[in-house]
Design a protein around this ligand. Structure first.
Ligand code: ADP
Ligand code: MG
Length: 358
């Protein structure tokens, strides 16, 4: 097992004729601690698969280096990196039995047949494949085939890390939940570094100790699920994590305090905060409430989600989401709202301003 480090890694795929060079990975410097459970979260096209393929060696980055425990592996072929990778769609040998599919990565490395049988039995049990070991893989549903793919990723004992690239995409929703808990449990048991790619925040937050949020070819924040919720460093994180996401509203500053559409707001920022650039406030819907002496709004929409309500209000051109309790009465006469000063953050050019670096 090892600690994996990216040093100024950038990658551009060869451009099509007449097109200019675009970096799919802009510049990533990032450490994956040995034994960590990481989720790599971001929308489609942000560079997640590119990053995984650079770790496993399927791709050599255009610039920068990759270290495993301080050894430079940038030019090392896949086979010498000891990385197991599970892809989005099943990779199975249809004509082989389930057993032989699971045994393949071990036999390939010359593991003794007795140990192969032990490992395969163990992994099959975990994935509920025990009673199908002698069947041909071709007879399995796509769920079953993806379980084999997962099993092939998990069966080896000599790996530095296991990479999962949206492995549950093709899996039935209820089985998805079950398999995800299994992976988490397995991580606790074997303690090998796992990097789990997903575009689904719920998957990321339930699997990982650390979530690496990617946006547009770069890593914008690494943190625990709680950090990402409470202290989004980038407006994208605020918007992407949470349901509904953070409200991001244009603002100006007056003696250090944010002003949103002529409404002076209180915040935790000092009076000497002075910034230039694109300025915005970020406030989560959970920290917007109805109050006297607030910002006048119109109610646009009320969605009753059982334990809470999501209310969309409008001030001038801006739409603001609020999350309020199920018993909150929605004011019908000139409603006004306030933002909780302790949970209001200022963003400059999309990056959070810390109260002490203003
Ligand atoms: P993700 O896995 O987050 O959806 P990818 O890493 O697959 O993102 O892709 C990142 C960007 O690189 C996208 O714009 C994608 O179109 C581009 N890309 C991915 N693979 C290739 C390739 N083989 N050739 C050219 N462009 C690619
Ligand atoms: Mg991908």
């Amino acid at each position: 097992m090892s600690r994996i480090e990216f040093k100024n890694v950038r990658h551009a795929y060869p451009p099509a004729k007449g097109q200019e060079l675009v970096y799919a990975l802009k510049e990533v410097s990032q450490v994956w601690e040995d034994g960590g459970a990481y989720a790599l979260l971001g929308p489609s096209g942000c560079g997640k698969t590119t990053l995984l393929n650079i770790i496993s060696g399927l791709l050599t980055p255009s610039e920068g280096s990759i270290l495993f425990d301080d050894q430079d592996v940038t030019q090392l072929p896949t086979a010498d990196r000891h990385i197991a990778q599970v892809f989005q769609f099943p990779v199975v040998y249809d004509t082989m039995t389930v057993f032989d599919n699971l045994a393949f990565p071990l036999r390939n490395r010359g593991i003794a047949e007795a140990r192969v049988a032990e490992r395969v039995t163990e992994i099959a049990e975990m994935l509920d494949l025990s009673d199908r070991l002698m069947q041909r893989a071709s007879g399995l549903t796509s769920d079953g085939k993806q379980k084999i793919s997962l099993g092939r990723g998990l069966v080896r004992e000599d790996v530095n890390a296991i990479l999962f690239d949206e492995p549950l995409t093709v899996i039935d929703p209820h089985l998805k939940w079950q398999l995800r808990s299994k992976l988490k449990q397995l991580h606790r048991q074997i303690g090998v570094t796992m990097i789990y790619v997903t575009h689904d925040q719920v998957e990321a937050l339930t699997f990982a100790d650390k979530v690496v949020v990617m946006h547009d070819g770069g890593v914008v924040q690494v943190g625990s699920p709680v950090d990402l919720f409470n202290k989004p460093k980038h407006t994208f994180v605020g918007y992407f994590i949470g349901s509904p996401g953070m409200n991001v509203l244009p603002c100006k500053l007056d003696k250090g305090q944010p002003v949103f559409a002529n409404n002076l707001l209180s915040s935790g920022y000092p009076a000497d905060t002075d910034l230039s650039g694109k300025l915005e406030i970020g406030i989560r819907p959970e920290f917007v409430r109805f109050a006297e002496d607030g910002i006048p709004v119109e109610i646009e929409k009320v969605e009753d989600l059982g334990r809470y309500q999501v209310v969309t209000v409008k001030h001038e051109a801006a739409l603001i989401k609020m999350v309020v309790s199920e018993d909150q009465v929605i004011p019908s006469e000139s409603p006004q709202i306030q933002f909780d000063p302790d949970n209001l953050r200022i963003y400059r050019d999309d990056w959070a301003v810390e109260a002490n670096d203003a």
